[in-house]
Design a protein around this ligand. Structure first.
Ligand SMILES: Cc1cc2nc3c(=O)[nH]c(=O)nc-3n(C[C@H](O)[C@H](O)[C@H](O)COP(=O)(O)O)c2cc1C
Length: 198
């Protein structure tokens, strides 16, 4: 299913076509594709080039995937079971160089996931990120140390038929995608003053 963004001006098709499906097809994701996705993440920028990102990858049917799925909130469990790949995105809180808090650790992880998401679209794959999970359960299940934080879980796969979803989720899948107007978040002169572009 396609749900292209209704953009106010044309942007790159990879960005227009990206969206977060909940229905995934059974079509597998290859090792080569996964490697390219994480290579895209690898080349993301990061503060002081700390590269604070780490990923734990589960494939449908394996123990890792089951543990990841178990840690999701019930709502996400309902749909994420259709995804062929589930990934935990983890960031390292402290700088490897100074040992003090890296203020940008989760920001940098987010940039890495954004890069991965665009590469996924290039592969015809979709990414759906989730904040709805039990972080403590993930830390325990995967023996993640105190210096690290599981920030999100994301599903990767080919988009599937929305009718495979639980009836309560089918409407959500068909809902229109909405965004704020640029004038609500692009400012000049002072915070709140919209930047006018010709
Ligand atoms: C950090 C983050 C957490 C999210 N958590 C959830 C989640 O727990 N469950 C879910 O179904 N979608 C989740 N989403 C997906 C958003 O709801 C989705 O990206 C947003 O509605 C915009 O839709 P689009 O990605 O299709 O443009 C999350 C997205 C992000 C970036």
């Amino acid at each position: 299913m396609k749900k292209p963004a209704n953009t106010s001006v044309p942007i790159h098709p990879l960005l227009t076509e990206r969206w977060s499906p909940r229905a995934f097809s059974h079509r597998p994701v290859s090792d080569d594709q996964l490697e390219r996705l994480f290579e895209a993440a690898r080349w993301a920028p990061s503060a002081s080039n700390e590269q604070p990102w780490y990923f734990i990858v589960g494939r449908s049917g394996d123990e890792t995937c089951q543990k990841i799925h178990d840690a999701l909130v019930e709502f996400n469990q309902l749909w994420a079971k259709t995804a062929p790949v589930l990934v935990v995105a983890v960031s390292r809180k402290n700088s490897l160089k100074s040992g003090t808090l890296n203020t940008w650790h989760s920001y940098d992880l987010g940039q890495a996931v954004a890069h991965l998401t665009v590469q996924a679209m290039h592969e015809g794959l979709f990414v759906h990120q989730m904040g709805g999970f039990n972080s403590g359960q993930i830390s325990e299940a995967f023996k993640i140390g105190d210096d690290y934080l599981a920030i999100t879980i994301f599903a990767v796969g080919y988009a599937g038929d929305y009718k495979v979803l639980h009836p309560n989720l089918q409407k959500l899948e068909l809902d229109e995608r909405k965004r704020k107007e640029q004038k609500e978040f692009v400012f000049t002169s002072y915070f709140g003053q919209p930047l006018k572009l010709s």
